[in-house]
Design a protein around this ligand. Structure first.
Ligand code: C5P
Length: 223
């Protein structure tokens, strides 16, 4: 199969909707590659912070993006491990601060353009599960399978809280809810590839669904 023809499951939606968990389960079930595009934005924001690059220095951000090497290892027992330029940065990227920093650089069109080919190169046989905000609209508009996962902000904040708490982070539910709501507004209102379902996406509200129920619906769609 030509690489460009490899099937893609585009999984989009706001923070905490379950894209990461569901995406990793689907990639293991299908034996497909997995792209955590949020980790790319988080990784670039983390690199910029470490290098003292400000979020309005577009030239330096693009140059950092061009030289960034990101590897994502998915395993059966835990969430994906992220490596940037040879350093494992999984925990640093998981924090709420990293999400906020990522959402600060994500509206810049030059940054999005610089990260586009890195994401498209992940489309390889036998297939790709791509998780993000614009997988079905901009990065893989021809993806044969598109799902937009959503859930109420309160439920998403609670899920993030449980996840971070289980990983040993010190978190506050009210602050997480505020942060998720602020990120929703920023991600949906930007001009460049805003967070929105593709016209041909299946929209799934996961507020009342278990992980297994969501996975079953997606398996039905793909099969
Ligand atoms: O999905 P995650 O919470 O890791 O994404 C962090 C931030 O990166 C998002 O809030 C969004 O601003 C940005 N992002 C994006 N496009 C993507 C993935 C993430 O703009 N495809």
């Amino acid at each position: 199969m030509a690489q460009s023809a490899a099937p893609v499951l585009a999984l989009d939606g706001p923070s905490g909707a379950g894209k990461g968990t569901i995406g990793q389960i689907c990639s293991l079930k299908f034996g497909w590659h997995y792209l955590d595009s949020g980790a790319i934005y988080r990784g670039l924001a983390w690199l910029a912070k470490n290098e003292g690059v400000l979020c309005d220095d577009i030239v330096s951000l693009v140059s950092l993006a061009d030289s960034m090497e990101l590897i994502c290892h998915v395993c059966e027992t835990d969430s994906a491990t992220i490596e940037i330029n040879g350093h494992v940065v999984t925990d640093e990227l998981r924090t709420d601060e990293a999400g906020q920093l990522a959402s600060g650089i994500a509206p810049i069109p030059e940054v999005r353009a610089a990260l586009l080919s890195m994401q498209r190169r992940c489309r390889k046989a036998p297939g790709l599960v791509a998780d993000g905000r614009d997988m079905g609209t901009t990065v893989f508009p021809d993806a044969p399978f598109k799902v937009f996962l959503t859930a109420s902000a309160e439920i998403r904040a609670q899920r993030r809280f449980d996840q971070l708490k289980a990983k040993g982070f010190d978190v506050n539910l009210a602050r997480l809810l505020e942060s998720i709501q602020a990120r929703d507004v920023r991600d949906s209102s930007r001009d460049a590839s805003p967070l929105k379902p593709a016209e041909d996406a299946l929209v799934l509200d996961t507020s009342e669904l278990t992980i297994d129920e969501v996975v079953t619906r997606i398996l039905t769609l793909v099969n």
